[in-house]
Design a binder for this molecule. Structure first.
Ligand code: 3AM
Length: 501
């Protein structure tokens, strides 16, 4: 059997072998797990078409899958906001989104002048309203060319207008089926059900709050995955589906060994006019850090430091992609079977989870305040530094065995956050290494400007204390360093521009 690279070369006889090689080098491994050689070859031909004509910013292909179901493959130059424009353009063509899978080129080697492309494969449903597939493809391409031209100059709202193009050639010509373009799910979600044609729910791992997490079997790759499912009322949450798609699209681009990998996402109709949003991700056998701490108590210092580094790597990666987590806490730190930590549960469709818990917290401030930065708990604007505070509070609990503020009620925690500094680690755990006390103190400074401004700097400090043997016990297994492709994209951006909402 041919290896995938040779198979794609054979399938793309007219394409520059250097371009095929670049595609293999720059796409993340999750992309090759997901697509067959034939599909990869189709994407390569799309990239080649664009490479041959530099004025082309985007290539669109649509394949019928079944009656009223299509696969749309969009390949294009990668700008912030492409996925939002694609979903807008599809909606304008009357095509309802079922599922999105997105992959984007990794950074080129330093010094190499290479373009950056993304490949976005979407499953959509709708009817063509008597028009040819070719005409639909052309309309979509026109909309996206217009939109991407705006993105290329950083005009996100102009891009949205171009993508929706009210007067565009396809506007209003297509009909959305009554299902709203979603998969029909006969009764509420449950064990045995297959979502997105690929993920069979096996058993429920956890329920509560905004959703349920299932252990699931991915049929196409015969592997265990986790699927998070949440039910929303489309009437009440009109903007929810678009936001969910945008956010999962952002997460699907993440390729970081310290962030739980998102595999696929979609929406299905459920009983009672409700919609079900689901997100498939890698299965984390070790459960979450909160459960681990409850079960085993504080870990040896070396294990805690390893988790601390891994969490900082994951958060730092997200911050460099201009994504703030907003809900860093032990429950959202997940462990592999080998006991390594990855950050999970990035700000997806956050609506109020525990009204009783949120107490007087206003608006969209959600979840438990026990790990929150003062500015976040008090409803002010949040940024990377709010996540850094929360990681400080999380690891204060890891090393001290108790919360920094362990008041009984959320209201009392809020009052404490507003009026007092967090305690020092060594006041609570005198045997803890002094450098950890210093680092956690700087992470939990009350004013954001007094904190570390960047996860990378915390990692540098940790590494320097470690080199000098100041962090106590040695870890029995090696502490993994950042992956090499990570090293090429570090830049000390302390105030990143955020994804448009
Ligand atoms: O509520 P508990 O602590 O039992 O461990 C996570 C947590 O379990 C689990 O689902 C619950 C809600 O977050 N969980 C979340 N993501 C997971 C994943 N990717 C996961 N379990 C395994 N793999």
């Amino acid at each position: 059997m041919l290896n995938p690279l040779d198979a794609v070369r054979t399938l793309c006889p007219g394409v520059d072998p250097g371009l095929i090689e670049m595609h293999f080098r720059r796409m993340p491994s999750s992309y090759f797990e997901r697509y067959s050689a034939a599909e990869v070859a189709r994407h390569v031909r799309q990239v080649a078409g664009m490479a041959a004509d530099p004025t082309q910013l985007v290539s669109v292909e649509v394949r019928p899958l079944a009656a009223q179901a299509f696969e749309v493959a969009v390949v294009g130059a990668d700008f912030t906001g492409v996925l939002a424009c694609i979903t807008t353009a599809l909606a304008a063509e009357g095509l309802g989104l079922q599922e999105v899978q997105l992959a984007t080129y990794l950074e080129p080697d330093p010094g190499a002048v290479e373009p950056t492309y993304f490949v976005d494969v979407l499953r959509v449903s709708g009817t063509l309203g008597g028009r040819s597939l070719k005409a639909v493809v052309e309309h979509l391409r026109d909309r996206l060319m217009g939109a991407f031209r705006q993105l290329a100059v950083g005009d996100f709202s102009g891009a949205q207008v171009a993508a929706s193009g009210g007067t565009g050639p396809g506007a209003g010509r297509f009909h959305t089926p009554t299902s709203g373009g979603r998969t029909q799910v006969p009764a509420g979600v449950g064990t045995g059900q297959v979502l997105g044609g690929d993920f069979r729910l096996v058993d429920k791992v956890a329920a509560g709050g905004m959703g349920q997490v299932y252990r699931a079997h991915q049929l196409s790759l015969n592997r265990t995955v986790a699927v998070k499912v949440s039910t929303v009322d489309p009437d009440e949450d009109a903007s929810m589906a678009g936001r969910f798609t945008r956010e999962t699209g952002v997460l699907a681009r993440f390729t970081c060994p310290y962030i739980v990998q998102v595999l696929a996402a979609g929406t299905a109709d459920a009983a009672g006019g409700k919609a079900v949003q689901w997100l498939a991700m890698e299965y984390m056998e070790g459960g979450d850090l909160s459960a681990r701490l409850k079960r085993d108590g504080p870990p040896p210092v070396a294990t805690g430091v390893r988790w601390f580094r891994q969490a900082l790597e994951g958060l730092g990666y997200a911050h460099r992609q201009a994504v703030i987590h907003r809900d860093v806490k032990p429950h959202n730190m997940l462990l592999t079977a080998d006991g390594d930590l990855k950050v999970g549960d990035f700000g997806l469709v956050r609506h109020t989870q525990h009204p009783a818990e949120t107490g007087t917290i206003r608006g969209s401030v959600l979840g438990t305040p026990y790990y929150m930065a003062p500015e976040q708990a008090l409803g002010d604007s949040v940024d990377d530094r709010s996540d850094l505070y929360a990681i400080g509070a999380t690891f204060f609990q890891v090393f001290a065995g108790r919360l920094p503020f362990d008041e009984k009620s959320s209201a009392a925690v809020l009052a404490a956050l507003a009026n007092r500094d967090a305690p020092r680690l060594r006041d609570v755990a005198p045997a803890a290494p002094r450098p950890l006390d210093v680092i956690l103190g700087r992470l939990m400074a009350r004013r954001p400007e007094d904190r570390y401004q960047d996860a990378r700097v915390v990692l540098d400090d940790l590494a320097s204390y470690e080199r000098r043997g100041l962090l106590g016990g040695q870890e029995p297994t090696a502490i993994p360093g950042p992956p090499t492709e990570e090293a090429t994209i570090h830049h000390r951006r302390t105030r990143p521009s955020k994804q448009p909402d």
